[in-house]
Ligand binder design. Structure first.
Ligand code: 13P
Ligand code: SF4
Length: 356
């Protein structure tokens, strides 16, 4: 639930040095009672205070495994919600800027998804469909999947989630990212004409009942603007400029971009691809710029370059000032909560992913 409190003015004109000292002081006082999580897409200065750096799912799990009573998630809202769902009893989760949402997650609203499901029920197909949602979705969507024998996946486990789902039922409804859904379906050998796009802004998703009956994978029309920014021309230009380079991209990129690249995978995969490259190699990475810039800094023996400069403005909302405020006012601002019945069903879907 969003509490729309904004950063107090007193935090706006502090110097970075002052903010750093104050954040360090709270960390020292609270010790193990506090855990700060930093997503790969966060700014360097924020990540420098993180107890753990990682992808969204890994961080939610790590936070829950600590003794901390307070978890401060430097990321976006759906990530903090997942952290709440996986948290141990008594742990509280805070997001330094409650307006840091994810436009991709927001493209699947629960009412729209319920409507799509009703259309599947009306066509007599719902019992043959497994709903799968990408981690980048609200807790309500995860709960929707949990309550319907569905599952959550990350960009690294989407292939396994498809196998799991096809072993049970013949069809999949994939939420909310079209590209990850398509890229995973293509990799699973699903033919183009068996992949159907559901556009929630159109009546009946913009499809006919006959279309739905033919489909094996129904993909939701959602996208991440940070990743649809990358193009095949950029991949071509990189190959021309850096002969012999390796291009790796995130699967939220369009299938044509994934196809033009040498490899695709989650943020964890992209990090490993850079780490595994030999010294002197040139690796061109198609994902959020803060992560690529940090990888470049950490691997000075390799040339790590962005495919293009693409920044996630929501991730960028978390700053030293908002982190300092959240820590100094810990417990009274920026707490993320999930209603218990939503948390219970969302956990079902997350636990199924863990068992893959
Ligand atoms: P991860 O699931 O790899 O953390 O990616 C998050 C994200 O926001 C990708 O755009
Ligand atoms: Fe959402 Fe894209 Fe930003 Fe990730 S990079 S948080 S998917 S908008």
């Amino acid at each position: 639930m969003h509490t729309q409190k904004v950063l107090p003015d007193t935090y706006r004109d502090q110097s970075d040095d002052d903010l750093r000292a104050r954040i360090a002081a709270v960390k020292k006082t609270l010790g193990e009672r506090l855990c700060i999580l930093g997503h790969y897409y966060q700014r360097d200065e924020v990540v420098s205070f993180a107890d753990f750096e990682g992808d969204s799912f890994e961080l939610a799990k790590k936070g829950a495994a600590t003794k901390a009573q307070s978890i401060v998630f430097c990321g976006v809202h759906f990530m903090a919600e997942s952290s709440v769902v996986l948290a141990r009893q008594g742990q509280r989760v805070f997001l330094p800027d409650m307006t840091a949402g994810c436009p991709l997650a927001d493209l699947a609203e629960i009412d729209q998804v319920n409507e799509a499901w009703r259309a599947l029920e009306a066509a007599g197909l719902a019992r043959d469909v497994t709903p799968i949602t990408y981690m980048n979705s609200s807790a309500a969507i995860k709960a929707f999947c949990g309550a319907r024998e569905g599952i959550v996946c990350t960009s690294s486990s989407s292939g396994k989630a498809f196998d799991w789902a096809f072993a049970r039922r013949n069809r999949i409804l994939f939420l909310p990212d079209e590209n990850l859904g398509r890229n995973t379906a293509i990799a699973a050998g699903i033919a183009d004409d068996e992949i159907l796009l559901w556009d929630p802004t159109l009546r009946d998703g913009g499809v006919t009942e006959a279309d739905v009956k033919r489909a094996r994978v129904i993909v939701w029309k959602g996208y991440c603007h940070v990743h649809t920014f990358f193009t095949v021309d950029q991949v071509r230009a990189a190959r021309e400029k850096y002969a012999g380079c390796t291009v790796v991209v995130h699967p939220e990129c369009e299938p044509a971009v994934v196809n033009a690249a040498d490899g695709s995978g989650s943020t964890a995969y992209l990090k490993e691809a850079v780490e595994a490259a030999p010294a002197g190699a040139t690796i061109v990475v198609g994902t959020e710029i803060n992560m690529v810039a940090r990888l470049a800094k950490r691997h000075p023996d390799k040339q790590v370059l962005p495919l293009a400069r693409s920044l996630c403005p929501n991730m960028f909302k978390i700053s030293l000032a908002s982190l300092c405020w959240t820590l100094e006012a810990l417990g009274s601002v920026n707490e993320v909560s999930v209603p218990p019945e939503i948390a219970r069903d969302a956990k079902l879907a997350l636990d199924r992913m863990l068992s893959l």
